[in-house]
Design a protein around this ligand. Structure first.
Ligand code: PEP
Ligand code: MG
Length: 577
């Protein structure tokens, strides 16, 4: 019987194929007593399983550091390795085996349940969520104990393999890259979940937050994953199947054609140049950037250099990283954002230690933090200024709201230059400085921004979070995330218009810039600089080359006067029709 489930569309495209259920049922293990003399064998069995998983994670770590792999993956695999090596997981179950003379699977699950209970009592929401990582690691060990590692194998060539899971770890997801998995769906997860982030960067159609897919779908069921609409169709009727097959082959043809756009000029039909920049997290992301012929780096999220380590990177290490990117981009703009730590991005044990913010997104984040830690900030500024000698580097300052923050930042940049002069380091004197417009206050009172800064970049992810008062990491309010809310559109268009009036270039570097359904809208608002994940650049370029900027300006001007969200949405859809 055919049925349809609706979830959150997190990675676009269509996959049609047979369901492969990835189960957590393994966690319900049998319990049996073992003979005294079998204890050493049972312990050896447990140790072997842990060793197997350690080597599995080791090879995943290798794949995660390879070119083209999303930078977050290595960090996720590292977390799993740390959990596996914790004596609570890798040693205590052996005591249980000895004391209670039980089988290894049962001992491990007992230990896990105790740990999970402790996680539930943790106040810090980030740490509490790590519970899921513990469960995933335990599941891996159980699979190894039962003689079947969590490996999925590719079957028929014609059909995609569709993974159906309650939840997936990023470490599981990385295997999909090599196996050419068609798509996946999960019951848990939000648009900002780790699994969604990985799916987008691997370009696999995916739907998350389906709630009931795992219990309702059976192994080998024929399913359609519509990652654009957030729909899973199980056992589709022949007419629907035919329709989706047609759409899928159209999409494949389009994707193939997209490659031809790599070297095409990024300009509208009426000749308006539109710069398409890439967002990166680490220097190794550059290969993907070059692969799509991006016009430069519009956002280098430098905080990723500061994560998953004990100390902070020193000036030399940062300088090498920034210089590598600048040189690789060969004179194209490289926009280095200064440290945007805090919020959901913590950067190592030393930072913010001893102080637990109740609302981290509203706390000592980004520039606020840097201005309270001048030595950390000056170190980064010196590294950027030195690297700027080797390329076209610009400095971007996140989370500005007050004129005083801009003035202090500019003074610190001058101080960093003076220090470099004193130590006789080579550096660039004339580095452009820009600010992120991601707090509504900044968008509403743009004066100091256009006066003191040489370019602006709209961080729509945070602009939406702060304007609509929705925590961008909280699944429970994910449905309220709305880039087309009239208030958001007004803030964006006013900022773009003010930039044009004052001759200060404005870019968008939040997720909105990489959404091809919004390209025409943004062009119509006057936007000429977009920055997005490299995998989205060609799709957006396709929209650019088919757009007529003049006509769009007229239509969007009218549309922005609308107050009724439904009518507004309808008009935005019409722009793409
Ligand atoms: C944004 O807020 O839109 C942005 C680009 O920055 P981040 O997602 O890193 O906060
Ligand atoms: Mg931001």
């Amino acid at each position: 019987m055919s049925f349809t489930l609706h979830g959150l569309a997190v990675s676009s495209g269509i996959a049609i194929g047979r369901a492969h259920l990835v189960s957590h049922a393994t966690l319900e293990v049998a319990h049996y007593r073992i003979k005294e003399k079998s204890i050493p064998t049972e312990i050896a069995r447990f140790e072997n399983a842990v060793a197997t998983v350690r080597s599995e994670l080791g090879s995943l770590r290798g794949e995660a550091s390879g070119p083209g792999s999303p930078s977050e993956l290595a960090a996720f695999v590292d977390i799993h390795s740390m959990i596996l090596d914790d004596p609570l997981i890798s040693e205590l179950p052996m005591d249980l085996i000895r004391e209670r003379r039980c089988n290894a699977e049962w001992a491990l699950v007992q230990q896990m349940e105790q740990l999970v209970q402790q996680f539930d009592e943790i106040e810090d929401s980030y740490l509490r969520e790590r519970k899921q990582d513990v469960v995933q690691v335990v599941e891996r060990v159980l699979k190894a104990l039962m003689g079947k590692a969590r490996k999925v194998s590719k079957r028929g060539k014609e059909e995609d393999l569709i993974i159906v899971a309650h939840d997936l770890s990023p470490a599981d997801t990385i295997q999909f890259k090599n196996l050419k998995i068609g798509g996946f769906v999960t019951d848990l997860g939000g648009a900002t979940s780790h699994t969604a982030i990985v799916a987008r960067s691997l370009a696999i159609p995916a739907v998350v937050g389906l709630h009931h897919a795992r219990p309702l779908v059976r192994e080998d069921d024929l399913v359609i994953v519509d990652g654009t609409r957030g729909v899973l169709i199980v056992d589709p009727d022949p007419r629907v199947l035919e329709e989706y097959r047609l759409r899928k082959s159209e999409l494949e043809l389009e994707r193939h054609k997209l490659r031809r756009l790599k070297t095409a000029r990024s300009a509208t039909l009426d000749g308006e140049e539109v710069a398409l920049y890439a967002n990166i997290e680490l220097p190794q992301d550059i290969s993907q950037v070059k692969d799509v012929g991006a016009d430069g780096i519009g956002l280098f999220r430098t905080e990723f250099l500061f994560m998953n380590r004990d100390g902070l990177p020193d000036e030399q290490e940062q300088y090498e990283a920034y210089k590598a990117v600048a040189k690789a981009m060969g004179g194209k703009p490289v926009t280095i954002r200064t440290l945007d730590s805090g919020g959901d991005k913590s950067i190592g044990a030393s930072v913010g230690a001893g102080r637990q913010a109740l609302n981290p997104a509203l706390g000592l984040r980004a520039i606020r933090y840097c201005l309270t830690e001048p030595q950390i900030f000056l170190t980064q500024l010196r590294a950027i200024l030195r690297a700027a000698h080797y390329g076209n580097i610009r400095i971007l300052v996140p989370m500005l709201a007050h004129a005083a923050e801009i003035e202090q930042t500019l003074a610190m940049i001058e101080q960093a230059k003076a220090q470099l002069r004193e130590t006789r380091h080579k550096f660039a004197e004339d580095v452009k400085v820009g600010g992120m417009i991601e707090i509504p206050a900044a968008a509403l009172a743009l004066g100091p921004f256009v006066k003191h800064l040489q370019f602006l970049s709209l961080g729509t992810n945070d602009l939406i979070q702060y304007t609509l008062a929705i925590d961008r990491t909280d699944e429970a309010v994910a449905h309220l995330y709305d880039p087309l809310h009239p208030a958001i559109l007004r803030l964006i268009s006013q900022t773009i218009a003010a930039g044009a009036r004052m001759d200060v270039p404005v870019a968008v570097c939040g997720e909105m810039a990489g959404d091809p359904t919004l390209t025409r809208l943004l062009i119509g608002m006057g936007l000429r600089q977009f920055s997005m994940h490299p995998s989205l650049i060609l799709e957006v370029k396709q929209q650019v080359v088919m757009a007529d900027a003049d006509q769009l300006a007229l239509k969007v001007g009218r549309l922005l006067r609308l107050d009724d969200p439904e009518k507004l949405r309808e008009q935005v859809e019409r722009l793409n029709a």
